[in-house]
Every structure is written in C-alpha cells, then in structure tokens.
Design a protein around this ligand. Structure first.
Ligand code: HSE
Length: 404
C-alpha cells in the first residue's frame, strides 16, 4: 500500500524512519507492506536516503490513485487545511500531528472524512508518543468523561522543572530548552500557552463530543511566573505546572489553560522535564493516568505511523469517531468555578486578614518585608477579584489556581 508524507521536518523524517526501520514488523502486523511513494517538501535534501521520493508538487500526491494514506506533518493551518480537505475529498485517509489544524478545523475535517468514507486521525497531535486519543475514543468509550487535567507541553514543563529544581530563571531555562531543541521555532506558542490551548481543545472535543474552539478556552501561559512564585509553591508543599484542563459543569463544559499549584500527592508532580502526563476521570473507570514522551522526533512519529497502520486496516470500513461542530454555547468560563487560589502581592497582612477570613499565609525566608503570599479557601475568581480589589492596602502581583 502506498503512502505519502507531507512535510520532511522533525516529525516527517521521523515518520519515514519509523516506517522504514520497523518495516518488517509493520508488514507482519498488517499483512501488507507500506511503501512511502512521495515526501512533499519545498526544501531540497541532497544526499538524503529518501531523496528519490521528494516532490515539491502537492498534485503529485493528490492525483496519484495508488496513494491511499497521507501523513500531514507540515504544521500550521495554511496550506495544511486546504491540502487535507482536498485529499479527504479525493478519497484518501489523512493522519496528522498538526494540533493547530485539528483544534481549528477538526469538526469540518472529520465531517469531510465521514462524507467521503475515509479516516482522519490525529493521535500524534496531543501527547506526542503518549497514547491518549485512541484510549479516549476506544478503551474509555463506555464512560462519560467527567474531567481531565494534563501537562501537555514538554517545553514549559522542562522550564518549570528547571525553575523548581535548579532555581533557574525562566529566561535561562527557555534558552536551554531552545538549545536542546524542545521549544517550537517561535517559543511564544509554548510559553504563552497556545500549544496547550490547542491540545486542550482536541482532548475536550473528543471527551465531550462537541468541538471546543481555541477562542472558548481562556489561556494563560507561564510568562508571568517568577522564580519567587515557584519558591512559594515549594514552601507550600506544592509543585507548579502548566495545565490544560476541562470538566463538565452541569450541562456545560469548562476548559482552560493556566499554571497551577499542584499538591505533592498528585501524580502530575512526578511529570518532570519534557515529559507529558494526563489525568482523566471517567464515571465508570474512575481516574486513569497517561504518561510518557510528549514531544520529540521518534515518539511523535511512532504515533503518526500507528495512525497510518490503523488507516491501512480500515480501508473498507472507516473508523467512526470524532465530534460534532458547535457554536460555543456549551462552554462556561473558568471564572465560574470555585477553586482555591495562591495569591502574592504587597501590602498589609492585617488588611488581607480582615477581608479574607480563611487564608493560609506562606512564609518564604528572604522575601521582601511587605510581600504577602497566601492560599485562599475555594471561591470563584469573580468573588476573589472583588475582595482583592476592595482591600485598600494590597497590590496584587500574581494569582494562581490550586489544582485538586
Ligand atoms: N513544542 C511542543 C512541546 C511540541 O514542547 O510539547 C510537541 O507538541
């Protein structure tokens, strides 16, 4: 069976490597051979072992009836959306690691795939090599998913781990992450949380059956976290992690991305460096935890290759999974969810005590004299903001949710 790969970057070259290195195992498992016929990329790769397969012309793939499965690992929406749509309409299955495309156009592409009797799969779009998409729609399909919380960006988790364990500043840790090749070319998507936002959209859409679009997912990254907040977390018996979260709230869905204090007894605090970890709760299974390499060439490529194999097994009868489109009316703001907060600012302890009856103050040796840090009882962000605004002698500097 002929396949094509669009994009010969890290994940694309990794996908070729997985298919070629494990060719005999893969063909034994499938009962057929997967041959890479084309690799689409505008760049030249002189001397590359797959040089003879390279093309700069998308139409070579689109118009070749012998190609039935295409891996789109180009990233971004443009031209990936147009290419994917044309391929699906031409009766080819498409697999992808492209979280931006799935988060932005997933409902439409899934519908196009359904209408054309082909598959659109995206295991590699969340968690890299960590199996999470297939377990949700396959193994956990008898459950109502109630909520999930995930560390789903390796770069920011690496940075936070360096800050937590080595007292490294955010800037230095980012430079190191870039040097080691973890961060995206433009690290804004990692640091400001957009990468986690896209992955949260995909997981939430799959868990709850309606497309959750990025603009319905309020997102904070780690850009405003200081080393001091990390130290306060530690002094409070917590770690600090960037989480993508979604939960049912009555008949609505609440999804958001933000840093959180995570108590040391949570599995999530064991997720260090570039690793990813996702805790998910189903109404029958209870809590399950997924952990592994969330980024990187071969882990991500192995998920892409597995989707290619799944498509090869489902050429006659497509796998029906996905979600419906939605107008955003099912989404509720995280500001409505009562949670405990960590708050840091400067001002008068007495005034804070007067306004907020139940707070636990956190002391940090060497902190500036008028700095105050505390965790609150559970309340909505709206309620907390109103109280904090009303305290005359208090200037808020940071506010972080406590994850439970
Ligand atoms: N930049 C992403 C990360 C790559 O650090 O997790 C994998 O999606």
């Amino acid at each position: 069976m002929n396949v094509a790969i669009m994009g010969y970057g890290v994940v694309g070259s990794g996908t070729a490597e997985v298919l070629q290195t494990n060719a005999s195992t893969i063909s034994k498992r499938l009962g057929l051979t997967l041959d890479i016929k084309y690799i689409l990329d505008l760049r030249d790769f002189p001397g590359d072992k797959n040089e003879d397969k390279l093309t700069k012309n998308f139409d070579d793939i689109l118009n070749d009836e012998s190609v039935s499965i295409v891996a789109e690992v180009m990233g971004g929406c443009n031209p990936a959306f147009e290419f994917t749509k044309k391929l699906l309409c031409a009766g080819k299955s498409v697999v992808t690691s492209n979280k931006e495309l799935v988060a932005t156009h997933g409902a439409e592409l899934l519908k196009t795939a359904r209408e054309n009797g082909v598959n659109y799969m995206f295991e590699a779009s969340v968690g890299g090599g960590v199996p999470i998409i297939r377990p949700i729609y396959q193994c956990l399909c008898a459950n109502e998913i109630e909520q999930f919380a995930g560390i789903i960006n390796g770069t920011t988790n690496f940075i936070l781990t360096k800050m937590y364990k080595e007292d490294m500043s955010l800037e230095d840790a980012l430079k190191l992450a870039q040097k080691l090749g973890y961060a995206e070319k433009d690290p804004t998507a990692d640091i400001c949380g957009y990468d986690v936002q896209r992955k949260t959209c995909i997981l939430a859409s799959l868990c709850f059956g309606k497309h959750i679009y990025p603009d319905s997912v309020p997102t904070e990254g780690i850009q405003n976290l200081s080393l001091r907040d990390v130290k306060y977390a530690k002094a409070n018996g917590c770690d600090i992690k960037l989480l993508g979260q979604a939960k049912r709230f009555g008949d609505k869905i609440c999804a958001f991305v933000a840093p959180a204090f995570v108590k040391k007894d949570s599995q999530l605090t064991n997720v260090e460096d570039v690793f990813n970890g996702i805790i998910l709760r189903g109404n029958m299974v209870g809590e399950v935890f997924f952990y592994g390499a969330g980024a990187g060439k071969l882990p991500t490529a192995s998920a892409v290759a597995a989707d290619i194999m799944d498509c090869a097994r489902h050429t006659e009868k497509r796998k029906d999974f996905g979600w419906e489109d939605s107008d955003g009316s099912t989404v509720v703001s995280p500001k409505e969810m009562p949670v405990s907060y960590y708050v840091r600012g400067v001002g008068s302890v007495a005034e804070v005590k007067k306004a907020l009856s139940q707070v636990n103050f956190i002391s940090l040796p060497g902190a500036p004299k008028n700095e105050i840090a505390f965790t609150t009882q559970k309340q909505t962000e709206k309620e907390l903001d109103e109280i904090l605004d009303s305290i005359k002698d208090f200037k808020l500097e940071t506010k972080v949710r406590v994850f439970e």
